[in-house]
Write a protein that binds this ligand. Structure first.
Ligand SMILES: O=C(O)[C@@H](O)[C@@H](O)[C@H](O)[C@H](O)CO
Ligand SMILES: [Mg+2]
Length: 403
């Protein structure tokens, strides 16, 4: 028995907002869980502080599955990003504690390493094709085996996924949502030349990826997938919104370009049909928004039956605690595909010292017992919460569109 004596929520903003749960046992062992929900951070902080923590006190931290079921079924109100992010934070913290008590890194508790490291993809972006290719060459130089290409669209003032900074990308950029303008026609014309230039400059020994960010209809996505086929992309991500899972049947009918989807999913039910009908190739559900390691393993186990592999979300709004959990999961899961890696700022890394490391395009969670991430609370206190929103997206006639 490792009795839970206390738990608390730490909100800090070292460059961007993070919500972290710390669970402490009577023996003084602490575990950390990420609870960050970009642009809606305080709702999860309240869900945890007001509704979850009181139910945790006195429970056995070792009973991870039972506590997961207790919080999921016991709430009566199942699923949803706030609930599932809160459950994820508890789940990560309990795996962290179990690892520390056992003296083992979490991946060992999940069955041990299935590979030497997790292949990650980096983000090359630029205002135009030339700048994007230059950034991609830089990533290849650093050893990346997989690179996502996002370029500014001629005729559009700003484009999702294209930052002003070479390495650090932060979409939650304003105190109130900023507004972007979108044109599907301009965008669809811009991507094939980007990939043509990418293959010309980088050759064929590097994986190239692209994120559509839910902005096409299924038939438009089918056309883009087909137009990109000659350049053999590793995947086309979030080609169309996925609330309607059937929509992917139409895309599949028109292209063999592999499809990835799921960074906003929070439950296996969000991707059940996509997986069982083999409408996707990679599932992007991630530890922090999909119920923690415990639930993500369930999603991956279903996906494995249908040759769907993992490709977990890993943008900067997933804290180093999530990144570590993703790497322990990714190192052990049989059907790992790739892991997104968007590096955090030095301010974030200083608040969350961690054992995971990058080498030659691969990442390893390290062998520190537990998840291998700490929190420097003195430093965290110097970065108070700052309201920040993701942008919204409008068509050129003012219609609010998909983001
Ligand atoms: O693939 C990705 O990393 C993106 O889609 C993210 O930038 C995403 O928009 C943010 O993480 C949202 O919080
Ligand atoms: Mg994405």
């Amino acid at each position: 028995m490792a009795e839970i004596e206390a738990a608390r929520v730490i909100v800090t903003s070292p460059g961007r907002n993070f919500v972290t749960l710390e669970v402490r046992t009577k023996d003084g062992v602490t575990g950390l869980g990420d609870a960050t929900l970009n642009g809606r951070e305080l709702s999860v902080a309240s869900y945890l502080g007001d509704h979850v923590i009181p139910c945790l006190i006195g429970r056995d931290a070792h009973r991870i599955e039972d506590i997961w079921q207790y919080l999921y079924k016991g709430a009566y109100w199942r699923r949803g990003p706030v609930t599932m992010t809160a459950i994820a934070a508890v789940d990560m913290a309990l795996w962290d504690i179990k690892g520390k008590v056992a003296g083992l890194p979490v991946y060992q508790l999940l069955g041990g390493a299935s590979r030497e490291g997790c292949m990650v993809y980096g983000h090359a972006n630029g205002a135009d094709i030339e700048a994007t290719i230059e950034a991609a060459l830089d990533y290849r130089e650093q050893g990346y085996k997989a690179i996502r290409l996002q370029s500014g669209v001629p005729g559009l003032a700003s484009t999702y996924g294209v930052s002003k900074d070479r390495y650090f990308y932060e979409p939650a950029d304003a105190d109130l949502p900023s507004e972007n303008l979108w044109s599907t026609e301009k965008y669809l014309r811009s991507v094939p030349p980007l990939f043509e230039a990418g293959r010309e400059a980088l050759g064929w020994d590097v994986h190239l990826l692209h994120d559509v960010h839910h902005r096409l209809t299924p038939i438009e996505a089918g056309r883009l997938g087909r137009d990109l086929e000659p350049y053999r992309p590793f995947w086309l991500e979030d080609a169309t919104p996925a609330e309607n899972q059937e929509a992917f049947r139409l895309i599949r009918r028109h292209t063999t370009t592999p499809l990835a989807v799921g960074e906003i999913f929070n439950s296996v039910h969000d991707c059940r049909q996509l997986i069982q009908e083999q409408l996707i190739d990679y599932v992007r559900a991630t530890v922090v928004h999909a119920g923690g390691i415990t639930h993500l393993r369930r999603i991956a186990a279903l996906a494995d039956l249908y040759q769907v592999r993992t490709g977990c979300h890993g943008a900067t709004d997933l804290s180093p605690v999530s990144m570590a959990a993703a790497l322990h999961f990714g190192l052990s899961v049989p059907n790992f595909g790739i892991q997104e890696y968007m590096r955090h700022t030095p301010e974030t890394d200083a608040v969350f010292p961690h054992a995971y490391r990058f080498q030659d395009g691969m990442m390893h969670p390290g062998d520190t017992p537990g998840l291998g991430v700490g929190i420097d609370e003195t430093l965290a206190a110097k970065h108070p919460y700052k309201r920040a929103y993701l942008p919204v997206n409008r068509l050129q006639d003012g219609t609010l569109f998909n983001w």
